[in-house]
Design a protein around this ligand. Structure first.
Ligand code: MG
Length: 305
């Protein structure tokens, strides 16, 4: 007996403080990805969705490490070129963490930029497979900050490497062995910044390691802890089986809350309409309110006079 992907689940939630969800994800076994966008107004959402679309396009044909890195680099080029063409989106960027499971080799290949994370849960232990490209991540690695200090650092959301801000991007590549019983967890910092690793373990245990209930419970925990950021969680279980025989019905627990097909178009439309840098509707609104006040004043004045 070998190894196959069993049940999978993905959840994305805007959190409790933000109206928009600038996270995007791909849950297309054997490929999984998370993109956490950044940029003014809708630009972060656009960056994440451009990355998602580029990664999704390559998902069906992805078989090895080169495909994973290629998908991340294609995504980088799309976001970068779009930002060049459209000044209202200048400076937009996104994280990208892509995981490709190879059932026959019983491994997972990862391509990674930014501070979204991939973890492997095995025998009650949670191991982070990716290194955060963040200011606090660098400080922890150089021994100048502890994990506990990082958790409350005022600049903990500053990332040091992103997709779409330069014509080329340096992609971290990792590979890990898999065994039946493992859980692969991908998440945006909306989870990892709000819920500690030991609490994630507790939630996975409490939900019987079932991807559907566990992703729901993890999103709820991030929101209960404040939900200051968008939160996205993907869980895939690895089970015993004949590699390559996984039925797509085994991965039906996917929920997005969004109509993905029209999603990118809708975001692009919003950016065109509103611009991305400033709240360009406010001056117009103030002008209208001012005009109404003037008319009211003239009417009132002519009435009393
Ligand atoms: Mg985030």
């Amino acid at each position: 007996m070998g190894l196959v992907i069993g049940r999978v689940a993905a959840r994305s939630d805007p959190g409790r403080r933000r109206r928009q969800n600038e996270d995007a994800y791909v849950c297309a076994p054997p490929l999984f990805a998370i993109a956490d966008g950044m940029g003014g107004a809708q630009a972060g959402e656009l960056a994440a969705r451009l990355a998602k679309a580029a990664i999704e396009e390559r998902a069906a044909a992805a078989v090895d490490e080169d495909d994973v890195v290629g998908a991340v680099q294609t995504a980088n080029a799309r976001v970068f070129e779009r930002a060049l063409q459209d000044p209202s989106t200048a400076g937009m960027g996104t994280t990208a963490t892509v995981a490709l499971v190879d059932e026959r080799a019983a491994t997972v290949m990862l391509g990674h930029v930014g501070d979204s994370r991939a973890y492997l849960f095995r025998d009650g232990r949670l191991d982070q497979l990716t290194s955060d490209h963040s200011l606090v991540g660098e400080l922890i690695r150089s021994g100048r900050l502890t994990e506990d200090e990082a958790a409350v650092h005022p600049h903990r959301s500053v990332i040091t490497r992103a997709l779409g801000t330069e014509p080329d991007v340096d992609v971290d590549v990792e590979r890990a062995e898999l065994v039946p019983g493992d859980l692969l967890l991908l998440c945006s910092d909306g989870l990892s910044a709000m819920v500690r690793d030991d609490e994630i373990v507790r939630i996975l245990d409490a939900t019987g390691h079932e991807p559907g209930p566990a992703t729901d419970a993890l999103v709820r925990a991030a929101n209960a802890a404040g939900g200051i950021d968008n939160v996205t969680v993907i869980l895939a279980e690895l089970v015993e089986g004949e590699p390559g025989t996984r039925q797509d019905t085994a991965s039906q627990a996917v929920e997005s809350g969004l109509d993905d097909a029209s999603d990118l178009e809708r975001t692009e439309e919003d950016v065109r309409k509103h611009g991305a840098g400033k709240g360009s509707r406010w001056p117009a609104l103030l002008l209208v309110l001012g005009a109404l006040a003037a008319v009211a004043f003239v009417l009132w004045f002519s009435f009393v006079a």
